[in-house]
Design a protein around this ligand. Structure first.
Ligand SMILES: Nc1ncnc2c1ncn2[C@@H]1O[C@H](COP(=O)(O)OP(=O)(O)O)[C@@H](O)[C@H]1O
Ligand SMILES: [Mg+2]
Length: 255
């Protein structure tokens, strides 16, 4: 059987500048991997490319997702196949409420996954939305505010996780979902992600800090420096990074 996600020798450029070079990573179904690394090492570039962001050009290598050529798929096809990206910097969108945004995304996903129209009943959706918001300790009033407008950093990240919980993807790419969260919000967000864990769900958790890994135990930890994975290990690697930072890779924290 082919691996769930297989990234082989992937190179990515922004304009003429190479950002990721020869990166390989295999994620099996049910696994949670963490990619850690200093700022500017290419973590967002990697996950944005996997989601199909047009700013990034693949200059070499391949990505197979559930046996398919992921890079040949349009961004919406990737989403429909179960790939989800939680943005490091979620966009503010005027004139679209969080509720209507989530409802549209949910319907689009359900239209692909189940022909059963009952699944898409608006009442069912509203109930589910309310329940998931409560799970994330979000004020229900947020549902009717413009998407991310005037949301605090932590509220934006919670809105991303709310989307994750509603869409139930197969592969979640979480780009620094932990940054900007206070301890309580971090716990709630981590519990949300943990509630997704199953043999059918995999996640690639991008993080600069070890903190979130106290709550979401990854199966594998990778360190990315200057566009390449320089070390991989188990969760003990995260503990070591917490103690020593990135200086063993020739990086000072100011970098
Ligand atoms: N859209 C973009 N336009 C220009 N440069 C970019 C863009 N995205 C990333 N880069 C550059 O690529 C490098 C890696 O950035 P990024 O992937 O955001 O790193 P990380 O997420 O690890 O902090 C940086 O030098 C950054 O300036
Ligand atoms: Mg980043």
């Amino acid at each position: 059987m082919s691996p769930f996600l297989q990234i082989s020798d992937l190179s990515i450029a922004v304009g003429d500048t190479p950002v990721v070079s020869g990166l390989s990573l295999t994620i099996d179904a049910g696994e949670v991997h963490a990619i850690m690394g200093p700022n500017g090492s290419g973590k967002s570039t990697l996950v944005s490319t996997l989601a199909g962001h047009p700013a990034y050009a693949v200059t070499g290598g391949s990505v197979r997702f559930m046996g398919k050529d992921l890079l040949a798929m349009e961004p919406h096809e990737r989403a429909q196949s179960g790939v989800f990206l939680a943005f490091q910097y979620p966009k503010e969108i005027a004139g679209v409420s969080l509720r209507s945004f989530l409802h549209a995304a949910y319907n689009a996903q359900m239209a692909v996954r189940t022909p059963d129209a009952v699944q898409r009943s608006p009442i069912k959706f509203q109930k589910m939305l309310a329940a998931k918001m409560e799970e994330l300790s979000m004020n229900p009033a947020f549902a009717d505010r413009a998407l991310n407008q005037g949301f605090s950093g932590g509220e934006k990240k919670k809105a991303e996780i709310l989307q994750l919980l509603l869409l139930q993807p197969l592969l979640a790419l979480l780009d620094e979902t932990d940054s900007g969260l206070d301890i309580d919000a971090l716990k709630i967000v981590a519990e949300g992600v943990n509630s997704m864990r199953s043999p059918q769900f995999s996640a690639l958790l991008v993080t600069h800090y070890v903190r979130i890994l106290d709550h979401i135990r990854p199966d594998h930890v990778h360190v990315m420096v200057r566009g390449s994975i320089v070390e991989s290990g188990g969760s003990e690697l995260a503990v070591q990074l917490e103690r020593e930072g990135y200086k063993r890779y020739g990086i000072t924290e100011a970098a």
